[in-house]
Design a protein around this ligand. Structure first.
Ligand code: ADP
Ligand code: MG
Length: 483
């Protein structure tokens, strides 16, 4: 599955490791009580701690710790009952403390792994190296005044989880699958809303290339890429850039680069020589973070069924394909909707209706599932009418379109419009006799071996009955009469 780059000297493999910053869902910041709500007026959610006023002391928010543990469990990772907050020292105008409180060599979460879904139904494990808690910085605003820059500290001190992957990812497609699986897991857990447009999830992408079988090459780190599409584009560009340098006999400088979405290129930001020396040291204002493993057990009891478990259960319990199961579990609300529809019904038929018809129409109308004009029990009602032969699958599509437009129940629409299927074989026989009488040439041709004409007769019967004849009965009787 790994996507290779074909160079002049042969194939190159792309190696990627990602550092994802995910804003923790919590009402207050990591070390202060200030609000974390998105979209507030600048500097309206800043406590003295967040503004780094002299003498202010950080107080750890227990909710953020719980969220980190939940996430660690969701990533099948080691939870460390002892971890240490450290100061990462650097100067930036939107970092009033002059350092960021982060975790360094003793993070709260250690090694784990997740499963990613690749096109073609392949599954692959990606190793998680660690997850640590840290503070976000504020925001410098450069586009509000011709000659001045402003600083907004609302984001200063908000809790972030940095999730670091092993360099197990092998190309833009896998990187996209990894990012979307992480986002899905965080959303299922309720630990981060995953809204990349609002900046609550962003990725640093480490990219290197090598000849297959060789040791890892030197990597470049692309900072703050904020959409799945941008991640793919940045990798494509960066990997091609590195191959070109290497094939020209050059070497890759380890450096930090920026993705420029407007130009579609990565640009050097700083080289290894200019890399910061953060002089990490344990924050003297904070004790080591220690908790009982019984707390971890308690949190574990509250975890929802996670996407991959759900996916495998849908395949086993409902007999769905990997593709169908993957589509249905993409959001928790979607999976719940499907299960309501499928309950005590034909599970495969239910999956087809949810995926092809319901999601199709929602997508077309740019609506989300919670805005669906058709509820799960209403869609179930429609499927019941198909299963008990009240209407054909074809008529059901028209009824569904009507349900979407009117919000009415399927049964009411079928009743109102007189769409009940004709299963009375006498009535169907009469129509078939008419069709045979009207088309003597085709009858003769069919009988002399033109089997394909069968569809023509079915079509004629359906036309005359307004699509209401039971297709199975039509087939049976036609075969008998024409045979
Ligand atoms: P640092 O401490 O300098 O940030 P890390 O060891 O923490 O370095 O690695 C950061 C990220 O870079 C991780 O996600 C890791 O998987 C990835 N990475 C490490 N080596 C490579 C490589 N040769 N190619 C691509 N990614 C790599
Ligand atoms: Mg790092």
């Amino acid at each position: 599955m790994a996507q290779m780059i074909r160079g002049n000297t042969g194939d190159w493999e792309i190696v990627i490791g990602m550092e994802i910053h995910a804003q923790v869902t919590a009402n207050a910041k990591l070390f202060s009580g200030a609000s974390t709500a998105f979209g507030a007026a600048p500097n309206s959610q800043v406590s003295f701690v967040d503004a780094a006023m002299p003498g202010m002391l950080p107080v750890l928010n227990e909710k953020c710790v719980e969220q980190a543990i939940r996430t660690g469990l969701g990533l099948n990772a080691q939870v460390n009952t002892r971890s240490v907050f450290a100061r990462k020292n650097y100067f930036y105008p939107d970092l009033p403390q002059g350092y960021q409180i982060s975790q360094y060599d003793q993070p709260i979460i250690g090694e784990g792994k997740i499963e990613i879904d690749l096109p073609g139904g392949e599954l692959k494990d990606i190793g998680i190296t660690r997850l640590h808690l840290e503070q976000d910085a504020g925001k410098s605003v450069h586009d509000q005044h011709p000659s001045k820059s402003y600083v907004d500290l609302n984001r200063s001190g908000c809790a972030l989880m940095e999730i670091v992957s092993e360099p197990d990812i092998r190309g833009p497609e896998e990187a996209a699958a990894y990012l979307s699986k992480i986002r899905m897991i965080l959303r299922y857990l309720g630990t981060c809303d995953g809204n990349m447009e609002e900046g609550s999830m962003r990725a640093d992408v480490n990219v290197s290339v090598r000849k297959p079988g060789n040791p890892y090459g030197t990597r470049c780190e692309i900072k703050n890429v904020n959409s799945i599409k941008a991640v793919q584009q940045a990798i494509d560009y960066e990997a091609a850039r590195q191959v070109e340098i290497l094939e020209d006999g050059g070497k890759i400088d380890q450096e930090t680069r920026l993705w420029d979405p407007a130009k579609g290129v990565t640009r050097s930001m700083r080289s290894k020589e200019e890399a910061h020396d953060y002089r990490y040291f344990p924050d003297p204002d904070l004790l080591p973070l220690e908790f009982e493993s019984s707390w971890v057990e308690e949190i574990k009891q509250t975890l929802p069924e996670l996407p991959d478990e759900k996916k495998h259960r849908f395949m086993n319990e409902y007999g769905l394909s990997l593709y169908d199961a993957s589509v249905l579990i993409a959001e928790r609300i979607r999976a719940d909707y499907y299960e309501t529809v499928a309950k005590e019904r034909d599970a495969k038929l239910a999956a087809n209706w949810v995926i092809n018809e319901l999601l199709g129409i929602l997508n077309k109308n740019e609506k989300t599932l919670d805005e669906s004009p058709v509820s799960a029990s209403q869609l179930g009602g429609l499927i019941d009418l198909i299963s008990d032969n009240t209407i054909s699958g074809k008529i059901a599509k028209d009824v569904f379109a009507d349900m979407v437009a009117s919000g009415k129940d399927a049964a009411a629409i079928v009743e109102e419009k007189g769409l009940k299927q004709v299963t009375d074989t006498g009535a169907i026989e009469a129509v078939i006799d008419e069709v045979i009488a009207e088309n003597p040439d085709n009858v003769a041709a069919y009988r002399s071996g033109k089997d394909k004409l069968f569809g023509f007769f079915v079509g004629q019967v359906m036309k005359k009955t307004g699509g209401k004849a039971n297709p199975a009965a039509v087939n049976d009787i036609l075969k008998k009469k024409l045979g």
